[in-house]
Design a protein around this ligand. Structure first.
Ligand code: PXP
Length: 247
């Protein structure tokens, strides 16, 4: 069974669009509350909650992360940049896992994953700190052989393969090739002993193909579920995605 990590960033984006100056206060007219959304999603079957605390705090706020840590019953996956400041913050909050994602131009590959090869020392420092603290590290990388190979060498237990290039190619000529790239990446990661997750751009349609990838442990999905929740509510949006993931 493939697990679902719900990414709640876009709920916080809607809140910040109106209440940026008010901060992440609880209750009252300050809505929508991403923590309330996370709790309802868990009750509907989400297996974990993912939130990206960006350095510019564009959507999720520090207070959201603290409240999630105190209240959710599943797993907290903190997406973050690979910097000393964020490493320190993660060690204080103690999420169940961190997912290292690129935030600056130098860290990013052409496809949008974290360039582990070019940022080897920084990534190694963060992985070492998390391993010592008992926090799992996931590296958000393109499905490319050198990135996957080095991720295993650096001692990260998990990778999250970037599905964005596949999702963007869904209506184009490269769709089958991008799916095959992901398939090869899943097999390589598994053979190297990595737990293989995937995410970005997964929706209620392309999930029919994504779920066929081998060795998938968890999918991190945000935009499509939050969007559908506007019409169905978050519980039904989560249930329907889980049905399609494991149909
Ligand atoms: N995985 C990672 C590492 C992400 O940064 C994001 C958000 O961009 C997602 C998964 C979820 O992507 P989406 O919102 O397109 O489902």
């Amino acid at each position: 069974m493939i697990l679902l990590g719900l990414n709640i960033d876009h709920c916080a984006t809607v809140r910040q669009a109106r209440y940026r100056a008010a901060g992440a206060a609880v209750g009252g007219v300050i809505e929508p509350d991403p923590v309330a959304l996370a709790l309802e999603a868990e009750r509907a079957g989400a297996d974990g909650i993912t939130a990206h605390l960006r350095e510019d705090r564009r959507h999720v706020q520090d207070r959201d992360i603290h409240r999630l840590r105190e209240s959710i019953a599943t797993r907290l996956n903190l997406e973050m940049a690979c910097t000393p400041e964020m490493t320190e913050l993660a060690l204080a909050i103690k999420p169940d896992s961190v997912c290292l994602v690129p935030e600056s131009r130098e860290e990013i590959t052409t496809e949008g994953g974290l360039d582990v090869v070019r940022n080897r020392d920084r990534v190694q420092a963060c992985v070492d700190a998390m391993n010592a603290a008992g926090i799992k590290t996931s590296l958000f990388i393109d499905p490319d052989e050198p990135q996957i190979e080095l991720s295993a060498k650096l001692g990260a237990p998990w990778i999250e393969l970037h599905t964005g290039a596949y999702a963007n190619a869904y209506h184009g000529s490269q769709r089958a090739a991008e799916l095959q790239r992901l398939r090869v990446g899943c097999v390589q990661g598994h053979q190297l002993g990595l737990v293989v997750n995937a995410g970005h751009g997964i929706n209620y349609v392309n999930i029919a193909e994504v779920r066929s990838l081998p060795h998938l442990h968890e999918l991190n999905i945000g935009h499509s579920i939050i969007s559908r929740a506007l019409f169905t509510g978050i519980a039904e949006a989560v249930r329907e995605m889980k049905r399609r993931m494991n149909a």
